[in-house]
Design a protein around this ligand. Structure first.
Ligand SMILES: [Zn+2]
Length: 331
């Protein structure tokens, strides 16, 4: 909670008192002086790199690790907090390398919210460099699916947000974190979380209804990364992917030939890839089978505001519409 700026101020004050005390009482008080801790400064200037208006300075500043979480948190925070994403739209999240300015930004916020489950492979190093800023992991309480193969086999699949049912758990974790951080706005956070959860439940029903029109034998979701395990579980789809998780080897000849064989054997009409990775290997699958390349899904990042998936709800809608169009031969 304590920010770098305020810490510097408090240190100066503390040292000043110590000088006086030391002059009077010699070294006896030294331990007491150095162990003095400054109270958190609630409304200090948030970030010297992006000056905020006085009204904004009253608000808590929350940093999320990637754009999907930022959108979810904005829906719960409404206008009562400032929400930012460490990574930008389109960025690779698994092996992102935080920059010095990312660390400076993180040091100045009131709370950091992450996905956990190994998604942010850089998190431990990152938090080791950010002092006294609390962080909360939003996947607490999720029923996990393990990664089935590859270098990360048996570790949890981190893409839990891809299931709307799981998203309801994220929203509740966000609500709790915001209420704890900023109790005076609890009523707003509670109301926003409830309204947003209703929107997620509505889209869940729509997606379920739309996917139900697909024949049982035409429910394959073929992707680059195995990022759709939670979604396919929820909607009774079958999942097929080139590599289990980004950061493993991506698009090896063996991975390509395995998917080519499965696509041929099951006469799957369409294959897809995701916005944050190279789709060359999946296009090769398409060229070696009768399948079409059906386009791009959004998983590890939203699009920018003018793109196809500027919010989490739009991401869900866009992916499922793209999938259904592809499977029905409309892409
Ligand atoms: Zn991913």
């Amino acid at each position: 909670m304590e920010r770098k700026f305020s810490h510097t101020q408090q240190s100066a004050v503390t040292q000043g008192s110590c000088t006086v005390l030391l002059g009077l009482l010699l070294g006896l008080w030294l331990g007491g002086c150095t162990s003095q801790t400054a109270p958190p400064q609630q409304n200090a200037a948030a970030n010297s790199q992006s000056p905020r208006s006085p009204a904004q300075q009253q608000k808590k500043v929350i940093l999320t690790t990637f754009t999907v979480l930022a959108d979810m948190v904005r829906n719960v925070a409404g206008d009562r907090a400032i929400v930012e994403s460490l990574t930008k739209p389109g960025a690779e999240i698994h092996d992102y390398e935080p920059t010095p300015s990312d660390l400076a930004k993180a040091q100045d916020v009131d709370l950091i919210l992450d996905n956990g489950l190994g998604l942010e492979r850089w998190a431990e190093r990152f938090y080791g460099n950010v002092k006294d800023v609390p962080h909360v992991t939003l996947t607490a309480g999720i029923q996990l699916i393990s990664i089935a193969e590859g270098a990360y086999q048996s570790q949890p699949n981190p893409h839990a947000w891809m299931s709307p049912q799981n998203a309801l758990i994220y929203v509740e974790n966000i609500r709790k974190a915001l209420v704890e951080l900023d109790p005076k706005n609890a009523a707003t956070y509670n109301a926003n979380a409830s309204a947003y959860s209703d929107q997620i439940k509505a889209i869940d029903q729509t997606l379920r209804k739309n996917l139900a029109v697909l024949p049982e034998n035409n429910r394959y979701m073929v992707t680059c990364e195995g990022a759709f395990s939670y979604l396919t579980r929820d909607y009774g789809m079958k999942e097929l992917y080139l590599w289990a998780v980004n950061s493993d080897q991506e698009g090896t000849p063996k991975q390509v030939s395995q998917v080519v064989d499965a696509v041929k054997a099951n006469q799957i009409p369409v294959v897809f890839c995701e916005s944050t990775v190279n789709n060359g290997a999946q296009k090769q699958v398409a060229s070696e089978t009768n399948a079409k390349f059906g386009g791009i899904f959004y998983v590890d990042s939203l699009s920018d505001m003018n793109g196809d998936a500027p919010t989490y709800l739009k991401l869900l809608e866009y992916n499922v519409t793209t999938l259904i169009n592809g499977l029905q031969g409309k892409s």
